[in-house]
Design a protein around this ligand. Sequence first.
Ligand code: ATP
Ligand code: MG
Length: 301
Amino acid sequence: MKSDQVVARARKLSRPYRITQGSTFRLKDFNPDDTGEFTVEDKPRAVSALQSGVEALTKLQDVLYASDRWSVLLIFQAMDAAGKDSSIKHVMSGVNPQGCEVHSFKAPTSEELDHDFMWRCMTRLPQRGRIGIFNRSYYEEVLVVRVHEAILRSQKLPPALVTKRIFKDRCEDIRNIERYLARNGVAICKFYLHVSKKKQKERLLERIEKPEKNWKVSAADAGERAYWDGYMTAYEEAIQRTATGDAPWYVVPADHKWFTRLVVASAVVETIAALDLRYPEVDAAKRKELVRAKRALLGSP
Ligand code: ATP
Ligand code: MG
């Protein structure tokens, strides 16, 4: 398949899940079990489409790196076991590690708590020409911190600043910072991997049953399920308040991992392709230099 066909297909596959305007967004309109145009029997066709997407991404990343102007920031947020890690692994399997960095953000350290909430993420933004992946991010500040207000109290903020509006204000700050980044050449794509509570239970149980997956699960994961509805409200409002044309959210169905990966890969392909990048032009001076280099190489032993 030609590369412009792959890009057109990527666009078609990812668009239904792309949110650029939060005001009309409702989480209930998105089904975690959705597999788009594919039935479960079509899985091999989806896997082959993912393969073409990954190959397209390899080429797009090469131009991104060579042109050295834009950077790409991919943010992954989700409930536990929604498939963040495996999506990152599959989608980035064709990417040159030299041009890509993944950062996972856990509960903040004491050094991080001595700074504003954006600080730790801002120090890890991708350089021009690179892809940066945030496995969780500053969005945790309006998600887990909102669901567990005790975390907010441990954040060392001046008490007068801890108001009822704090999460709304944080979303406004996030929106402004993302606009600032976009204006500086950072193409941002945010993924919420939307898994159902039932599928999460299955996957957590599987992690307990399979010894090689035991390391991934903790008692706290089961406990967090009690806060499910609170998380859903927090995700819905965070997406409503921060989905913009500069930094769209993709609400990706996550009950079928093969489809999740395909939608994520498609969104990344579409985002980089839309930058319309070119390899740097070779000017007359550079061309002369290349001719000299060729002559020297041919004349050498
Ligand atoms: P998996 O899906 O495999 O469990 P994970 O991303 O959940 O991966 P963990 O090590 O299980 O990785 O969890 C990281 C934890 O850190 C999450 O529960 C997340 O909510 C928490 N966390 C991240 N950022 C913050 C923050 N700013 N404040 C408090 N907790 C945070
Ligand atoms: Mg976890």
